[in-house]
Design a protein around this ligand. Structure first.
Ligand SMILES: [Zn+2]
Ligand SMILES: [Zn+2]
Length: 334
């Protein structure tokens, strides 16, 4: 099969992913194989390609927002059938036995393995996954529109839930990329007011079009104090600004995998019971809840489609913030 393979991480401007012909994977017991239709391109892929994260496997096929059609099933597969359309998100497997797994935090599992990180991902024509970690994709989404739901959407959803946002509350969104534009639609659906902080004029226009009640720059104070905020941009310097805009007891959630150092700041910014918390990965329950909700809203994903061979270009565009919403590789067409 054809795949975009990372042998040695380097700056994406040097095109570290190479198109290769690799062996077709076979599903083992309990696993299914997908013919990949689409795979979303995530900021984490950029960190993987550039070697910002220590990589447990090389060579590696990146990609963890995979939508495909099951074309082979291993022994003992009970629920998923040939021809089903399923998705593979970032959480590829968890052991189910550690303290975290047993208490509903499989996202923090000691033995968690991640798609396109510990195992080959979806920048390829085929991918394999355990059937209990594959997720059915709601019918009302086209393949390319479903892909960004699987990471940008799911992480956004977990961030949103952990932020405590609810009906009639005021939620701040810092950075307006793939995740935030999905969270904004969810917030609106639940009757929560969204305040969007971004420098980009294109992002401000999209935010307004999707129903943000206010848009501004990170340094601006919104007209009313916010109940909670989520920072999507990997910039630690945003934290003091976001805290200044929060009411007493407000919650600031950090959605990024990496962040630049957090500047020294006055205790008064967190005093009065303001909280800061991060989000790491997501559980299968997050994925299922979010996909159901996304279909109910319904959440619209704005995508920019690339061919498999253009994966390097997609990562370069993502790095330069040239992607308006979410980048998706289209791998096999119907
Ligand atoms: Zn991701
Ligand atoms: Zn575990």
């Amino acid at each position: 099969m054809r795949a975009m393979v990372l042998e040695r991480p380097s700056e994406v401007s040097t095109s570290p992913l190479k198109l290769q012909e690799v062996t077709l994977p076979l599903p083992r017991a309990g696993e299914v194989r997908l013919q990949v239709r689409c795979c979303g391109v995530c900021h984490t892929d950029l960190h993987i390609a550039e070697g910002d994260l220590a990589l447990p496997k090389l060579p590696l096929i990146p990609g963890h927002q995979i939508v495909g059609i099951v074309d082979a099933v291993g022994g003992d597969v009970r629920v998923i059938k040939d021809g089903d359309r399923v998705g593979i998100p970032w959480l590829y497997s968890a052991d189910g036995t550690c303290d975290y797994c047993r208490h509903g935090f499989e996202n923090l599992c000691e033995q968690a393995r991640f798609t396109g990180f510990h195992v080959d991902g979806g920048y390829a024509e085929y991918a394999v996954v355990r059937e209990d970690f594959a997720h059915c994709i709601p019918k009302n989404f086209a393949d390319e529109n479903a892909a960004p739901l699987l990471c940008a959407g799911v992480i956004g959803y977990r961030s949103y839930r952990l932020s405590g946002a609810k009906a009639d509350s005021r939620l701040g969104l810092y950075g307006f990329g793939a995740s935030a534009h999905l969270v904004l639609q969810l917030a609106r659906h639940e009757g929560c007011e969204a305040y969007v902080f971004t420098r980009s004029q294109a992002h401000r226009e999209l935010a307004k079009r999707l129903g943000a009640v206010w848009v501004g720059a990170a340094e601006d104070l919104p007209p009313k104090a916010l109940d909670s905020s989520i920072i999507f941009a990997p910039a630690g310097s945003l934290i003091p600004h976001a805290l200044r805009a929060l009411r007493k007891g407000g919650i600031l959630t950090l959605a990024g995998v990496t962040m630049s150092p957090i500047p020294q700041m006055a205790y008064s910014l967190v005093y009065e019971e303001r909280q800061i918390r991060s989000v790491a990965n997501s559980t299968r329950q997050d994925v299922r809840e979010f996909l159901d909700l996304a279909a109910e809203v319904p959440i619209r994903t704005e995508v920019q489609v690339f061919d498999l061979e253009q994966a390097n270009s997609a990562l370069q565009a993502l790095k330069k913030s040239e992607i308006k919403a979410a980048a998706v590789l289209q791998i096999t067409q119907v």
